[in-house]
Write a protein that binds this ligand. Structure first.
Ligand SMILES: [Zn+2]
Length: 167
């Protein structure tokens, strides 16, 4: 990159600079070791948390897996987040920031479905729903509506207008 470091040292910071200089070799050698032997990404939790925002910019969801990789409902294409452990599957780790609404009843092919919808606390955009009363995780699944959330604060998700006519 650049040549050897030749910082200008204002008077009074000489001592501080000397300490930094002494620390430098340690830091460099440690990172060199870890990049050669420890480069594999760990499966541990915190590093892989994903954060999602409403289109208005409000923080809505933090979750341990990318929404793009989760299964979808056939009925309405909503993203399925497992919120309770079952015999065969572990619940996802997530936290949702949303406001619950009064339930609505939808007609589905197999009968009726009660949806407790959730909306953004700031702009009231519908975020998703679950099929049991609040709190969140009181139902086996949380459903996130397609196009409701984005990982880039202040930007539309790529599927925000899916299913709408462009005329
Ligand atoms: Zn919003």
């Amino acid at each position: 990159m650049k040549g050897p470091l030749t910082p200008t040292i204002p008077s009074g910071t000489t001592h501080l600079f000397r300490i930094t200089e002494q620390l430098m070799p340690k830091v460099v050698s440690r990172s060199a070791v870890s990049s050669s032997t420890d480069a594999q990404p760990t499966a541990s939790s915190a590093a892989s948390l994903r954060v999602y925002y409403c289109i208005c910019g409000e923080f809505i969801l933090v979750i341990d897996k990318s929404l793009a990789t989760l299964p979808r409902r056939k009925t309405d294409n909503a993203i399925i987040i497992r919120s309770q452990d079952s015999n065969t599957a572990k619940a996802r780790v997530f936290k949702l920031n949303a406001v619950a609404e009064e339930p609505i009843i939808l007609q589905r092919a197999g009968g009726h479905e009660r949806q407790y919808r959730l909306h953004c606390p700031r702009c009231s955009l519908k975020i998703g729903y679950q099929t049991a009363p609040p709190p969140v995780k009181n139902a086996p699944f949380l459903y996130v509506l397609p196009g409701a959330l984005t990982q880039m604060q202040g930007q539309l998700p790529t599927d925000a207008f899916d299913g709408e006519n462009d005329t």
